[in-house]
Design a binder for this molecule. Structure first.
Ligand SMILES: Cc1cc2nc3c(=O)[nH]c(=O)nc-3n(C[C@H](O)[C@H](O)[C@H](O)COP(=O)(O)O)c2cc1C
Length: 153
């Protein structure tokens, strides 16, 4: 019997989304591919706060380095990204651009404290427009002293 191929594809600015990706990979076990998407141009903190938040709120994709994995090869695709201005960071939109149709997709978003409630519906619709289905949606709160996870489904 063939093993399910799982990939966690994520972008991180400060490392929290990577930490969660690694935790998940350890939970899922061997055979899980971890793939970190990097932007072509290294962002500064100011660049993320101004241009980055503007792009995030408008659902703009940032320029990312060539993706060297074919998401079509995976049975289970998990996407992780930080939340900027209550929206997924622009590299998330670039990851969605690479999604092949017909996939079931799991999402998790790392935010300090706000979660992603205000952008959730639009994010799910973006994935559906690619012909994919969101089967899991989680907010991971990374601020100190907070409930760590909120699972929508
Ligand atoms: C540009 C920018 C905007 C942010 N906007 C929000 C926000 O709207 N709500 C929130 O709770 N946290 C916000 N944060 C905090 C991050 O979402 C949070 O620290 C997250 O865990 C970072 O993930 P990362 O370390 O993988 O980049 C923002 C951080 C940055 C850099």
């Amino acid at each position: 019997m063939r093993c399910l191929k799982v990939i966690i594809v994520y972008y991180t600015f400060g490392g929290e989304t990577r930490k969660e990706a690694k935790r998940l990979a350890a939970e899922l076990g061997v055979g899980t591919t971890l793939y970190e998407v990097r932007e072509k141009k290294e962002r500064s903190v100011l660049g993320s706060l101004f241009k980055g938040c503007y792009q995030a709120m408008r659902r703009k994709s940032s320029d990312i380095r060539t993706v060297s994995v074919n998401l079509g090869d995976y049975d289970r695709i998990i996407i992780g990204a930080p939340i900027w201005a209550e929206h997924p960071a622009p590299a998330f939109n670039a990851i969605v651009d690479h999604l092949p149709a017909g996939k079931e997709v799991e999402l998790y978003f790392c935010s300090g404290s706000s979660g992603s409630e205000t952008s959730k519906q639009g994010t799910i619709e973006m994935i559906e427009k690619k012909g994919c289905k969101v089967v899991s949606y989680r907010d991971v709160l990374t601020g100190k002293g907070l409930v760590k996870e909120k699972r929508t489904f």
